[in-house]
Design a protein around this ligand. Sequence first.
Ligand code: 13P
Length: 279
Amino acid sequence: MKSLKYFFKKAKKEKWAIGQFNFSTLEQLKAIVSAAERLKSPVILGTSQGEVNFFGIEEATLLRDLYRKKFPYIYLNLDHGKDIDLIKKAIDLGYDCVHFDGSILNLQENLKITNKIVKYAHKKGCLVEGEIKSIHGGSEIHKELPKEVLFEDIEKAKEFVKKTDIDSLAINIGNLHGVYKKPIRLNIKHLKKIKEEISVFLVLHGGSGTSKKDIKEAIKNGVVKINVNTELRIAWKKSLTGSLKKKIIKPYKILPPVIKAISDLVQEKIGIFESINKN
Ligand code: 13P
């Protein structure tokens, strides 16, 4: 069984990225897995705390194991973990990666807790993603762009990476969670500077509503993991609303178009990330 780290290394070398697709319903999960299987693309199933508290952490882990029988390269990440007990539980249950979001803490406090999590996670073969500067927005439709654009403080990031043993870092290069009226543009110059100074795997949050050209440039310049959530949520709601308008009441007739809509979108993203046929 190839590990997630194996694919991060391969992606870095060959300049492509693994998509993290978040889910909180079975239709979303089925859609992501079917796209991965169809395209032979490794994927990360993302669960935020809210998503996994709704779906069930045991259920998420068991279903990953079940789907791995059809296509092995399906990994689980706890996205924006802040609750230490939940992070530990995810590690104990066999999550492949946990993202500790200590961005609201001061650097010293963030370092201290990140180090504890890394120690615990690495013993169980789980990777850890760190975060220093909070990424704006939530995975929703936003009316207004935030007033300021955030950029990673490279000196702080260097210190953080030096003093922890994190595997990957969630970076700020103009990326935002959620979708806005205009496509989000990334600052590739800043990414190039980060890449020169930081050796850990680079993660781009806020993959929804971002300029396709910039995403491709980001991948060329070292990003190996891209998180997508809002666009999947929008596809889920739009297709479900459309399906519910029909007179049918059988769930197994209502839900297949929802799964197809989400799966088509995941397929499109996998194409942009160039992770097809990587098993
Ligand atoms: P989007 O909702 O903008 O796709 O971002 C998802 C994300 O980064 C999850 O961590």
